[in-house]
Design a protein around this ligand. Sequence first.
Ligand code: AP5
Ligand code: ZN
Length: 215
Amino acid sequence: VNIILLGPPGAGKGTQARRLVDERGLVQLSTGDMLREARSSGTEMGNVVAEVMDKGQLVTDEIVIGLIREKLEGSDAPGFIFDGFPRTLAQADALGELLDGMGQKVDGVVEMRVDDDALVERISGRYTCGNCGEVYHDSTKPTKVEGVCDVCGSTDLRRRADDNAESLKTRLLEYYKKTSPLIGYYYAKGTLHPVDGMAAVDTVAGEMAGVLDRL
Ligand code: AP5
Ligand code: ZN
């Protein structure tokens, strides 16, 4: 199955995607992670996207669709979790066409609903492991030993450059302006499944498992 995780910044897309990889053997395709990889590699494209990302704006459809196309074409995975993609109607159309060309489709779109206040709280406390990608939070999910990743033991714990109040404001505006129209887009296609993203991580995971089992 191919699933899209749709929701504002900090809704918990990355957190839930990692669980689905572990539990269902699906492949996570996070355009945010791909873009962060591109910028750290110092390529020409990476330098262009770095500035845009740090401001909290969306990177161009052309770049992002190109990244996804590359991943889909080279993969024989049983299914994908799209995390942070699509984010515009143009990206949604492009994804539909790419999957169609592979004889596949978007089977379900999980819309993660979280209040703005909670998003700010989640983003401002977030840090991740630079080695394995595990996601943490200062108050709701700190590492067991301070400064050491629970999963892989790495001490490379990082905060994102765009996780500051100013960029977050722009990221939220971008979400409501350009991404939230996808809710209606997928509702009309009959593939939209809203879940309560305000609940605890395990509760949200349980609700999502129920959605996936019914697809
Ligand atoms: P991206 O990396 O996709 O970031 P985002 O959408 O802003 O989402 P986040 O990663 O911030 O949040 P999340 O929903 O994954 O939450 P998480 O699980 O970490 O994009 C970054 C930038 O790249 C964009 O601004 C744009 O510039 C560019 N970009 C990426 N894709 C693009 C595209 N398709 N087109 C154009 N540009 C693109 O959780 C957050 C925190 O909350 C964590 O600390 C976690 O521990 C905690 N938490 C999670 N769930 C819960 C819960 N249920 N209860 C309590 N705490 C929780
Ligand atoms: Zn780690």
